[in-house]
Design a protein around this ligand. Structure first.
Ligand SMILES: [Zn+2]
Ligand SMILES: [Zn+2]
Ligand SMILES: [Zn+2]
Length: 651
């Protein structure tokens, strides 16, 4: 299966970003995990010249970026295929009304793009805007397109947007036939647009039998894949178009939450008025603040054209996934801004550690995400996948906003067990039910007594060995066993909480364990003195107030080292090798140059700082055996420990 995004714009379209060029599109597609990308803007002569010069054929009707033009920065995914596409804005009079309709065209080759552009040039100006405005009836554009190139695919774009679309409230049509007349049968697919999702479209029976496609309409390469198609076909133009025409091999779409689209509900942006269709109707369509006509949103328009109730699902409807861009997910899970430096640094770190963005959003196990990005982001992605998303709808050109974790939840998920706050002061006044609320999804009614455990678990609970490791697959009650053992140590053996250390692999698991212990042992006070956390968190506690550099700083240092040594290669690759060496892999096996390693370490020493891996190494050097808190060490998921971490447990 692969992901395709066929409606995008280059820097030759109005209001687009400067880096709307092929190397950046290629790079971002790899970072996102998109295998098929539309070129956009095929009508623009300068863009077409770039396509001709920078792309090479890579299968029937598809192209790929010339190898030598690929950006040097590391990106996780595979090189995308490009398919020739473009969007045309048709503005014309029909049945006495002005119509403005955007149409997306897919073409089988650059030669076809040359031919079609030559014919469009005779009709209007295709030189000043990558998405040209032509005084051409949509039906006539369709006829001209098929006449020039029978293999072309013609798709009405973002059909519900108010101002420029087939079904747009202001200058669209009420039916397909009104717009395309005798040629309606040549339309096989419609683009649902950012403000609508498939269930909204399923309510309109006129769309039955058409493939519902979704694309980003990105005006900047970083926005690629906001919406996309999921396909299970070969990576060629004929196979792609066949899937769009017949639905065979078309597996569904990736969708924005429709509320996030900037025309979901009705309203006036400048007046701060946002209304549901029913509220608009009650007000007679007039803004209660300025008295002018309200901008009607997509929900309203769908409501007007729908002949089925909400929730109707036609036979053969394709599945879809509602996702949001990863930086937005990070922001919505941590309460910081999506454009902020921290979010961007974490985004880079996640791509680096976990693979392309779509893999992270759709497939990577939540535990792995927690390991790299912490408990809040992991929980945010879990909720996103489960559809547990708070939405504030967009209206009149203002994008909607999603939120995944409330500020209280963020504080709880991260604060209590964050790297820098292992033992956050306990505020007695906090009511307990808040805690239970956070853990509601999996809160056990009451912590199990040791008697409730099976024999191996019971053995683990009552062992007298100083180090207890519980190895078992997920969901087999490891945390339960560890909690029971700690309770047993405290209640039966009189061990002081301050002598107990429990190691987990994620901050989330640490939080869960702490919460369960609090429930089991009757309050926070008993648990506060225990050391519970990830290896990193515990090392940090051991080493005291060390300066820890962020992944972004580490990358900057790595890049400086490379620059100064005059070596080739990316900073991220260097960091990866350094990290492997620090985790016990031999330098030979990583292919890491000792000089680069030394230069990197020297720079850290100059700064008096450690990176994450140093925390472990330095932690090992301390004589931990004498420390009281290591009298009783309990480790969750022992089998995952690498060499360095294992030594730390044994020492
Ligand atoms: Zn458009
Ligand atoms: Zn567009
Ligand atoms: Zn108003």
């Amino acid at each position: 299966m692969y992901i395709a995004d066929l409606h995008i714009h280059s820097r030759f379209s109005r209001a687009t970003s400067k880096d709307g060029d092929l190397p950046h599109l290629d790079w971002w597609a790899r970072r996102k995990g998109i295998r098929m990308v539309g070129t956009g803007d095929f009508t623009h002569p300068a863009w077409r010249a770039e396509l001709r010069e920078q792309l090479v054929p890579a299968g029937e009707g598809v192209y790929t970026l010339r190898q030598d033009l690929r950006l040097p920065d590391v990106a996780p995914g595979e090189a995308p295929r490009f398919v020739i596409t473009g969007e045309i804005s048709c503005i014309y009079k029909r049945h006495g009304r002005t119509r403005k309709v955007h149409n997306l065209i897919l073409l089988p080759s650059l030669e076809a793009a040359d031919e079609l552009s030559a014919r469009l040039e005779a009709i209007g100006n295709i030189h000043s805007d990558g998405r040209p405005i032509l005084g051409l009836d949509s039906r006539d554009l369709l006829e001209l397109t098929l006449d020039t190139c029978p293999d072309a695919e013609f798709i009405p774009a973002h059909i519900w947007t108010p101002h420029f679309a087939l079904f747009g409230a202001f200058s669209g049509f009420d039916t397909m036939e009104e717009c395309f007349g005798d040629l309606t049968g040549h339309i096989h697919a419609v683009e649902t647009g950012l403000s609508s999702d498939p269930p909204m479209n399923w309510r309109v029976s006129a769309l039955d039998g058409l493939t519902l496609v979704s694309h980003s309409d990105a005006h900047s390469p970083s926005k690629l894949g906001r919406e996309a198609d999921l396909l299970d076909t070969g990576l060629t133009y004929p196979e792609l178009v066949r899937a769009i025409r017949t639905g065979e091999g078309f597996q569904g779409t990736v969708e924005f939450f429709p509320e996030e689209g900037k025309y979901h509900l009705d309203g006036h942006r400048n007046c701060g008025v946002c209304l549901t269709p029913a509220e608009t109707a009650a007000l007679g369509g007039v803004c209660p603040v300025c008295g002018k006509k309200l901008t009607i949103g997509v929900e309203h328009r769908v409501e007007a054209l729908a002949d089925r109730p909400a929730g109707f699902r036609p036979e053969g409807a394709k599945p879809f996934e509602s996702l949001a861009p990863l930086p937005e997910v990070i922001a919505a899970s941590t309460g910081v801004s999506a454009a902020g430096k921290n979010t961007q640094a974490l985004y880079e770190q996640m791509l680096h550690a976990l693979g392309p963005e779509f893999s992270i959003l759709r497939e990577v196990p939540v535990e792995d995400i927690a390991h790299t990005a912490g408990p809040c982001v992991a929980e945010g992605i879990r909720r996103l996948r489960a559809g547990q998303v708070e939405r504030r709808a967009g209206f009149d050109g203002e994008y909607g906003v999603i939120s995944l974790l409330t500020p209280g939840e963020i504080a709880r998920f991260s604060g209590q067990i964050s790297l820098f706050g292992l033992d956050l002061p306990v505020r007695k006044s906090k009511p307990r039910r808040e805690l239970q609320h956070v853990l509601a999804p999996e809160a056990a009614p009451a912590a199990p007594q040791p008697e409730a455990l099976n024999p191996p678990q019971l053995e683990a609970v009552t062992s007298t060995a100083p180090v207890t490791a519980v190895t078992a697959g997920p969901g087999t009650g490891k945390t339960r066993t560890l909690v029971a053992r700690i309770a047993w140590l405290v209640e039966e053996r009189g061990v002081r909480p301050g002598e107990i250390t429990a190691v987990t692999f994620t901050n989330q698991a640490a939080a869960e364990m702490r919460a369960r212990l609090e429930q089991r042992l009757g309050g926070k006070r008993a648990v506060a003195a225990m050391t519970i956390g990830t290896f990193h968190a515990i090392c940090l506690k051991l080493l005291g107030d060390v300066r820890l550099i962020s992944p972004g700083e580490a990358l900057t240092i790595a890049e400086q080292v490379l620059r100064e040594s005059g070596r080739k290669g990316g900073g991220k690759t260097l960091l990866q090798s350094v990290s492997r060496v620090k985790n016990g892999v031999s330098p030979e096996d990583t292919g890491l140059d000792a000089e680069l390693y030394d230069a990197y370490q020297a720079r850290l020493r100059d700064l008096g700082a450690l990176d994450f891996d140093d925390l472990l190494t330095e932690g090992l050097k301390r004589d931990v055996t004498g420390l009281r808190c290591f009298r009783h060490v309990l480790v969750d998921e022992f089998q995952d420990i690498n060499d360095i971490q294992y030594q730390l447990v044994r020492s």
